[in-house]
Design a protein. Structure first.
Length: 255
């Protein structure tokens, strides 16, 4: 455990020292501020397109609500936020492997799986802190614009989005473990995540992590999706665990 704590401290310091914390924090805070304002001004934007065109859109576009703000938040974080996490954390394992860290760990009696766990936990800690801050900013700004803090199923939606971000971290580290280069690990991660999104078109796609995002949006208009959302949260955590175990397995066979 002492070996793990040393590695964890090193990884956390590296995330702060390389400005990755500030980059992810900036993106998430911007999304937290941008989502409510985008939902709030959207009807006015359509109305400003022109007198005749505006009237047509005004009939189809209801007044902005706090639910619209949540839909924007989930969409922005699951896309732009996800991409930022992959770009910042992608290739972290393969970079240190190329530096000979695996060999150094083995020579000093450090178990290699601690290396994977320290990467994952440091990234989990950083993303959790940033996500909580972004959610608080988002809730506060919602109150300013809509005079409401939260709406029905807000906590459940926040939880589903958070679980998806943890899944993204696990996939990112898996491909960083098996790839020969940082760029390739990032590409494989993005292809996998976006590929899963396309599988929503098929029946089995409803059991994959990306469908969790769809459910976290649908529950605001139809509470019949709540049971499915709980199911997919559990499935996403299980799939994330599989990626972690696979990362450890590949790690042990390197060098």
């Amino acid at each position: 455990m002492r070996q793990f704590m040393i590695l964890l401290r090193k990884d956390l310091l590296e995330i702060f020292r390389t400005k990755k914390f500030l980059i992810i924090l900036s993106v998430f805070i911007v999304m937290a501020l941008l989502s409510p304002i985008t939902a709030y001004i959207m009807p006015d934007l359509f109305n400003s397109l022109g007198e005749e065109l505006g009237e047509e859109f005004a009939m189809l576009m209801p007044d902005a609500t706090i639910v619209d703000s949540y839909l924007q938040f989930v969409s922005n974080i699951s896309q732009i936020g996800m991409f930022t996490i992959v770009m910042c954390f992608g290739g972290s394992i393969v970079k240190e492997r190329k530096k000979g860290l695996y060999v150094t760990l083995k020579n000093n009696g450090v178990k290699k799986h601690w290396f994977i766990f320290s990467k994952l936990k440091s990234q989990f800690i950083v993303v959790t802190i940033i996500y909580v801050l972004a959610v608080l900013v988002f809730i506060g700004y919602n109150y300013i614009l809509f005079n409401e803090f939260v709406t029905t199923y807000s906590l459940l939606s926040f939880t589903a989005l958070y679980v998806f971000l943890l899944f993204v971290i696990c996939v990112t580290n898996f491909f960083s473990s098996v790839s020969r280069g940082a760029i390739m690990s990032i590409i494989l991660t993005l292809v996998t995540i976006f590929g899963m999104a396309l599988l929503d078109l098929f029946a089995f796609g409803r059991y994959l992590p990306n469908f969790l995002l769809s459910l976290s949006l649908r529950i605001f208009s139809d509470d019949s999706y709540i049971e499915l959302l709980y199911r997919n949260i559990v499935l996403t955590l299980l799939i994330s665990t599989i990626f972690v175990l696979a990362s450890i397995r590949f790690c042990r066979h390197k060098e």
